[in-house]
Design a protein around this ligand. Structure first.
Ligand code: ANZ
Length: 751
């Protein structure tokens, strides 16, 4: 007897799709367009994991569904290939990040092909290829020309032993992750993108997005708009003033002291000889804490500067303190402390015995000038790293910045021997002495050695998909106008950073006249994680990672893997991998195969069942409820086994199954000589059959209820209806017990 052989079927269809370039699309189609994408992956050396597969399968199910429904579907793919892991690997082994990255990309690509994704492979992009990063550099220059890419001094984590700048996540409890020595904050010149210029629009447009509420809220909180006022406080015996930001200018009568952030530039001007060393010591220590630590609700610390300010409302002298709960990057980095109104100020006042004045008076006319502040800062984009997109800037002899002329792009990353950053904190690019030299307008200059944050590369890649090999534009204006905005984006990470940055670039390039829309992503599906069978997070170190290719090669095949990943639970919730359920899904697909290839067709009329199933699966996919769509297909198959299946029943099964298990479904459609057009349900077939329920009270027949057949499963509803029945009510009002026997269609009520 023949049997379901997924590996043979999958190899056959993957070859057909590859040879016929089945998923390549262009803009000439008369069909309506759909553009779908996942958050492209960082191709790590470990290869795909089941979490990627969940994310990519969601997009694939939708891509196939929409193309079966008659849309011109663009489902491209790309790789986010710059970043620290490849660079650290290079520092350790000497293998060039480019070589390691190329190996990882081809490994990923092979794995993806085994999963049967409906990807337009002619559009593959890779952010570390010069053909791509040329345009990342071009984007940078557009922002630079408009003053939205600028330099300023900023504090960076610095490891004094390794002599290198560290990213936040490389600092563990104030120590360097690599050598364990205590880190410092060092003031360095850094590049920023002025995302704050778009703060209002980024905030206001959030409401219009078809995104999960939790992500919208996170974006709003991150931007954090606050309406308040800035108030100037004069300093006793000084011409200086301290400007504070407050959301409560009405509480000024209760302001009994001022607090400056430890980084505040005025501190050095107002400390006294007596307080100087204590203040300096305090500020030095404060710099070792991260902002998050500083905002934690721990015991307050601080130090008195020795100087006083005048409260403009009370005209009283109030002390000026320094404390790390005030952050330099928010508001003005200085506050008027109102212990009677603000919890943190009250704690501080209690600890340091500062006056607490209940606020009974409100100023007649408001103090200060109205001011709106944002929690969001400008986006720090320079990285002292080798494996990133070089910032296309050069410095003249006086240190002035000059853009690299567009016709000289891309600024190619030079190959070097040693990938370690140099001891001044500059990236290893500083060691490429020949590469550093550049001539602009006849003048010898030196190239910038910082590279761009990887998030810059992913801030425009969706538009590159429209014309991935265009050598004249970052994106072709006509093509982008056809495909964009992205209809559906799917991912389970980057709730704030990436999703905010890409919105910022979209608005900027819309203002530049380069994009005909102001929001890049219409609908966002934010998927949950997959945990290991032991319920813990999958990780290499715990040895509990499920390798998707093992599942395929164990003989289950890609269709089982895909279908299981969608069946595992609601897509937006975390789920636990269960090897037994994988087997269950395999048996289900096996039953589909047997029904189609090994079972005789009947002429049973299953119109109601078939149309109900079409309706359920269609509506479930529309609301991204993939697991319930698959359950409906399982029930459908169970029913067909019981009552017999007609050809039409099987054609519908194959079509509905195709987004999840495309290889098997294609094989079935071929056998049935049918196309894959998405089936349409007809209302007239949906009127369901009715069943009659017998209701007994203490064993005696008291009523008969007629209900739609599918409600036979709804015991709660049946019981409620029975208890409302006039005849039943005569014999029982509050039952002791109810017993429902589904098979016998019998409800017994014990009075
Ligand atoms: C006086 C006051 C009285 C305040 C009162 C609050 C309540 P949001 O809503 O988050 O914007 N603040 C201002 N700048 C700060 C900084 N750099 N670091 C830490 N705290 C800062 O909070 C604004 C309030 O947070 C401001 O209003 C200020 O305290 C404080 F009954 O001023 B308030």
């Amino acid at each position: 007897m023949n049997r379901y052989n997924p590996l043979a079927i999958e190899a056959k269809w993957q070859k057909i799709w590859e040879d016929s370039r089945a998923f390549e699309v262009d803009e000439s189609s008369p069909k309506p367009k759909k553009f779908l994408a996942e958050m492209f992956p960082y191709p790590s050396g470990a290869g795909l994991h089941v979490g990627h597969v969940r994310n990519f399968t969601i997009v694939d199910v939708l891509a196939r569904y929409y193309s079966q429904k008659g849309y011109n579907v663009l489902r491209p793919f790309g790789y986010d290939t710059f970043g620290l892991p490849a660079e650290n690997y290079a520092i350790k082994t000497g293998v060039s990040p480019k070589v390691a990255t190329d190996t990882n990309v081809s490994n990923f690509r092979n794995q993806l092909k085994k999963l049967g994704f409906a990807i337009d492979w002619s559009r593959e992009i890779n952010t570390s290829s010069p053909e791509y990063y040329k345009w990342t550099q071009w984007c940078f220059l557009q922002l630079y020309k408009k003053g939205l890419a600028y330099q300023k001094e900023s504090y960076q984590w610095w490891c004094p032993v390794d002599q290198t700048v560290l990213a936040n996540e490389q600092v563990e409890n104030g120590h360097c992750w690599r050598c364990g020595s205590e880190v410092e904050k060092k003031k360095m010149k850094q590049w920023f993108f002025k995302i704050t210029e778009y703060a209002d629009e980024l905030l206001d447009d959030v409401d219009s997005l078809d995104w999960p509420d939790k992500i919208k809220t996170m974006q709003k909180n991150w931007i954090g708009r606050s309406e308040g006022a800035e108030i100037d406080f004069g300093i006793v015996d000084s011409k200086e003033e301290i400007t504070v930001f407050t959301t409560r200018p009405d509480t000024i009568f209760g302001a009994t002291f001022l607090v400056l952030a430890p980084e505040h530039p005025l501190i050095k001007n107002i400390v006294t000889d007596k307080t100087k060393s204590a203040v300096e010591e305090y500020c030095k220590n404060a710099l070792k804490k991260s902002e998050i630590e500083r905002q934690e609700n721990k015991e307050k610390t601080g130090v008195f500067t020795g100087s006083y300010a005048i409260n403009p409302a009370t005209k009283e002298k109030i002390p000026i303190w320094v404390a790390d709960y005030v952050l330099i990057g928010y508001g003005t980095g200085a506050i008027m402390a109102v212990p009677a109104g603000d919890e943190r100020d009250r704690e501080f006042a209690e600890k340091f015995d500062l006056p607490i004045v209940e606020i009974s008076k409100v100023p007649e006319k408001p103090f200060g000038t109205p001011k709106t502040t944002y929690r969001m800062r400008d986006w720090l984009i320079s990285r002292q790293r080798y494996w990133g997109c070089p910032i296309p800037i050069a410095y003249d002899k006086d240190g002035n910045t000059h853009p690299i002329p567009e016709e000289q792009l891309p600024v190619i990353i030079p190959e070097i021997e040693d990938y370690k950053p140099d001891n001044s904190g500059r990236s290893a690019l500083a060691k490429a002495t020949d590469w550093l030299k550049v001539t602009i307008d006849g003048e010898e200059m030196s190239r910038e050695t910082d590279t761009l944050d990887g998030y810059a590369c992913s801030s425009w890649y969706l538009w590159r998909y429209a014309s991935p090999h265009d050598s004249a534009h970052a994106w072709d204006p006509k093509k982008i106008a056809y495909w964009s905005p992205l209809d559906i984006y799917c991912g389970g990470d980057h709730a704030v950073a990436h999703l905010l940055y890409i919105r910022f670039w979209c608005k900027f390039f819309a203002d530049e006249g380069k994009l005909p829309f102001r929001e890049p992503i219409t609908k966002l599906l934010y998927n949950g994680y997959i945990n290991a069978p032991d319920g813990k997070k999958m990780s290499k170190s715990k040895g509990n990672v499920v390798d998707p290719l093992d599942v395929i090669n164990d003989g289950y095949g890609a269709d089982t893997l895909r279908t299981y990943e969608m069946f595992i639970g609601p897509y937006d919730q975390d789920a636990t991998w269960n090897p037994r359920s994988v087997g269950g899904v395999y048996r289900f697909l096996n039953r589909c195969w047997t029904l189609c290839f090994e079972t005789e067709l009947t002429d049973t009329k299953n119109d109601n069942l078939r149309h109900r199933t079409i309706k359920k699966v269609t509506e479930d996919i529309d609301r991204a409820s993939f697991n319930t769509a698959i359950s409906a297909l399982m029930e459908y198959v169970n029913e067909l086994y019981k009552v017999g299946a007609s050809k039409e029943d099987l054609v519908v099964l194959s079509k509905l199954l195709k987004p999840f298990a495309p290889h098997l479904a294609s094989e079935m459609l071929e056998q049935l000589s049918a196309n894959d057009d998405w089936p349409v349900f007809e209302e007239k077939h949906l009127t369901s059959e009715t069943v009659q329920i017998i209701v007994q009270v203490n064993g005696k027949l008291r009523a008969k209820l007629d209900l739609p057949a599918e409600e036979l499963d709804n015991e709660e509803k049946i019981t409620a209806l029975a208890l409302k029945n006039e005849n039943v009510k005569k014999f029982v009002t509050t039952p002791k017990k109810t017993i429902f026997v589904k098979k016998a269609k019998l409800l017994n009520i014990v009075a």
